[in-house]
Design a protein around this ligand. Structure first.
Ligand SMILES: NC(=O)c1ccc[n+]([C@@H]2O[C@H](COP(=O)([O-])OP(=O)(O)OC[C@H]3O[C@@H](n4cnc5c(N)ncnc54)[C@H](O)[C@@H]3O)[C@@H](O)[C@H]2O)c1
Length: 385
């Protein structure tokens, strides 16, 4: 690895352009600032229709559009932290301008868009890393290795369980939140494809089934308690081509927010629970449970290392997010989410703090992830009424 400190005289930091500076873009901005302090990158310019505040160094150029930025300056890497529906057009612009790309998740709002960008990546020969940060988690990598070498025995399947609380403020934060299409353009901005995307993508990665052709089928059961177009309480079941059942069950209408969503690997010889936001892995084999805290690698640093030495593999290469995009596609073409009957929903809070709580949702979501079953199969009341 070549770093700012140990590099020779010919070294220059990787130049970076950032599309999207507010919202999650601000997280990228902080990361770029950290790596700039280490001499590894130099932030050259940003693009956002909403100008940045005073957080930018004075020598960073500001544009309202990525196209303008790319016309004016050459950058080695473009980071795209913008709304879902802008991902593919902006990534294509950057790749065609000769930049490598770090693209936020979900990479695309449809399979057709995904395949289009895949062909642009092949044509331009550039690199595209997707912002599934769990791919850099050493805990997830350790679990993937255990699954690959059969240490947990035969797989019964993989469950993903997430129970979060989101208030009205979350749905009102931007025009695209909770939307399926915006001005005729696919967004697919629900709970499966956006906040809990990491869980499903991690499960597919752990199964070694990241590519689009490694998915045999996808079933969806989408529901909502909020007055939104997209889903907030759902279950999705994927069958991978190696025969693993992956069930993601989730809600944004929980009684209590649990900020440790889990990926559970059910094996004949053991059970593993990955707390993917915390890089913690709990392993139960022969009745003995151990828990290990791991670290993680940063996706931008990995992209920089890959640029310097192509033998360093990308952690979340665009092609290996195809299986996850099959899930996005299934959600996109599904019927709109069914409204959960009012009798099963309790509302709390006022104004921007207002939120729905679906009756016993934690129980049903947990059962789906444990039993690898759909809400209808379990008899969850909103799915059978
Ligand atoms: N990896 C993660 O854990 C994680 C977490 C949250 C969000 N995200 C992803 O980050 C992306 C942004 O989400 P958000 O909630 O911050 O969205 P947002 O609506 O707040 O937009 C982020 C920024 O992009 C700007 N923007 C919008 N259109 C643009 C364009 N065409 N060109 C340049 N800038 C543009 C907005 O003005 C805003 O400053 C989404 O893809 C989301 O899924 C990832």
């Amino acid at each position: 690895m070549v770093t700012g400190r140990d590099a020779g005289a010919g070294f220059r930091p990787v130049t970076v352009g950032l599309a999207g500076v507010h919202g999650f873009g601000a997280v990228h901005l902080r990361n770029v600032t950290r790596l700039a302090a280490e001499g590894r990158v130099r932030l050259v310019a940003v693009a956002d229709p909403r100008p940045p505040g005073e957080e930018l160094p004075p020598d960073v150029a500001v544009y309202s559009e990525l196209r303008e930025l790319l016309d004016a300056v050459e950058v080695d890497v473009v980071i795209i932290g913008t709304p879902i529906q802008t991902h593919i057009p902006l990534a294509e612009l950057a790749l065609r301008a000769g930049s490598d790309v770090l693209l936020e998740k979900p990479p695309a709002a449809s399979l057709a868009e995904f395949e289009h960008l895949l062909s642009v990546i092949e044509e331009t020969g550039r690199s595209c890393q997707v912002g599934f940060q769990t791919a850099g988690s050493h805990a997830a990598q350790a679990l993937a290795a255990m699954v690959a070498d059969g240490r947990l025995g035969e797989l019964r399947g993989i469950g993903v369980v997430g129970t979060w609380v989101r208030t009205a403020q979350y749905w009102q934060r931007s025009r695209w939140a909770g939307i399926r299409t915006l001005d005729g353009v696919d967004v697919v901005g629900g709970a499966v494809t956006n906040p809990f995307a990491h869980g499903t993508a991690a499960a597919l990665m752990i199964d070694g089934s990241g590519c689009a052709d490694q998915v045999r089928s996808v079933e969806t059961e989408l529901f909502r308690a909020n007055a939104i177009e997209a889903d907030d309480t759902s279950v999705v079941r994927v069958l991978t081509s190696r025969g693993t059942t992956v069930v993601t069950a989730l809600t944004l209408c929980a009684e209590v927010h649990d900020d440790e969503p889990v990926v559970i690997v059910h094996g004949s010889a053991g059970r593993a629970v990955l707390r993917y936001t915390k890089d913690r892995l709990e392993l139960t084999v022969d009745g003995q449970t151990t828990e290990t805290q791991y670290g993680r690698d940063d996706l931008l640093e990995n992209l920089i290392d890959h640029r310097a030495d192509p033998a360093v593999p990308l952690l979340a290469p665009f092609a290996e997010t195809g299986a996850f995009t099959r899930v996005v596609e299934a959600v996109r073409v599904s019927a709109p989410p069914a409204e959960i009957p009012a009798s099963l929903v309790r509302w709390e809070g006022e104004g921007l703090e207002r939120r729905p709580i679906v009756a016993e949702v934690e129980k049903w979501v947990t059962r789906a992830g444990e039993e690898l079953a759909l809400f209808t199969e379990l008899g969850a009341p909103w799915a059978t009424s």
